[in-house]
Design a protein around this ligand. Structure first.
Ligand code: ATP
Length: 298
């Protein structure tokens, strides 16, 4: 399969105003294959937005390799930009404009034929509401209008930062249906979120980031619902303290020399969150398959 997005060893440290350094990405890897609705899951501040901004050339990486649609990024971005739709900063629409007028202006500015406006309104389920003012839209409709704006140029890849943020369950389901339809139409989608349930509902694959590093990746069902008996290999610097926290939370924990095996895990992101909140950063969180179990018995 062809990787639509490939990221290897991405590093970014921000300088703070007081002359300090904040490591946002610490050797991050991610692969998104063609046709996936790929979730990018991690707690607030784990590096999701920095990754997306770096990928789109808005932030300069310190190190690492990236490619989009087989072309090196950010170098080839001018070439591939017409094939990529992205919403990384939530767009501010004029409330007094209708959805249709908003898209018409964007189409004109982007050199896109105006016929696309009706097509994308239909695609995101706003065709009947296109002549209402944006200020009368619900949050979910505004989010879908944002997706419509990114679809104007018929991208092959759509990158959405927190598209379900603030939506109620019905809005999240609509977003899921929309993502599935886009995927069925051959568009690869990358969706970031800090909420596990959103990713579980919307995506088929997931990459989990914690403190600037990938801690798990794979099909949503395997990674988020656990695999086999819900056993995970967890690597963290302070194994004793992590084992205490997870045991106190009621999970069966087995200690190994360099990692823990935690069973009955229904929600692996919860582990990263619980340990992260206590200042313990997970460097690996892998569902144990029959093959990986063998290497875990040391
Ligand atoms: N321009 C910046 N200057 C300094 N630090 C930054 C900057 N941008 C991000 N950071 C820091 O980098 C880390 C990662 O932030 P990032 O916004 O990528 O996380 P995130 O996973 O997208 O979180 P959220 O869900 O809250 O947006 C955080 O510690 C953040 O404070």
């Amino acid at each position: 399969m062809t990787a639509v997005i490939q990221i290897e060893g991405l590093r970014k440290t921000f300088r703070t105003l007081r002359g300090g350094a904040r490591v946002a990405l610490n050797g991050f890897d991610m692969t998104v294959e063609a046709g996936q609705v790929h979730g990018f899951l991690g707690p607030n501040g784990s590096g999701k937005t920095t990754t997306l901004r770096t990928l789109l050339g808005l932030v300069r990486a310190d190190d690492g390799r990236m490619s989009i649609l087989g072309q090196p990024a950010p170098e080839a971005l001018p070439l591939i930009a017409p094939r990529v739709g992205a919403i990384v900063e939530s767009p501010a629409f004029f409330g007094n404009f209708t959805g249709r007028r908003t898209l018409r202006l964007l189409a004109r500015a982007g050199g896109v034929p105006e016929e696309r406006v009706d097509a994308v309104l239909t695609q995101v389920g706003l065709r009947d509401r296109g002549d209402e003012r944006v200020k009368a839209y619900s949050l979910g409709m505004k989010q879908r209008l944002a997706v419509a704006s990114a679809l104007l140029k018929q991208p092959e890849l759509l990158i959405l930062d927190e598209p379900a943020n603030g939506l109620d369950p019905a809005g999240i389901r609509e977003m899921r249906d929309l993502m599935r339809e886009l995927s069925a139409a051959g568009i690869t989608v990358l969706v970031s979120s800090h909420i596990l349930a959103e990713i579980q509902l919307i995506c088929d694959h997931v990459t989990i980031i914690s403190r600037g590093q990938r801690v798990a990746t794979g099909p949503v069902t395997a990674v988020l619902s656990g695999f086999d008996k819900g056993e995970y290999r967890v690597r963290v610097a302070d194994l004793d303290r992590a084992a205490d926290v997870l045991t106190n939370a009621g999970l069966p924990v087995t200690k190994h020399e360099e990692h823990l095996v935690v069973a009955d895990v229904g929600d692996s992101a919860w582990i990263a969150e619980q340990l992260g909140q206590r200042g313990m950063w997970v460097s690996e969180l892998t569902p144990l398959t029959p093959t990986s179990k063998a290497s875990s018995s040391s």
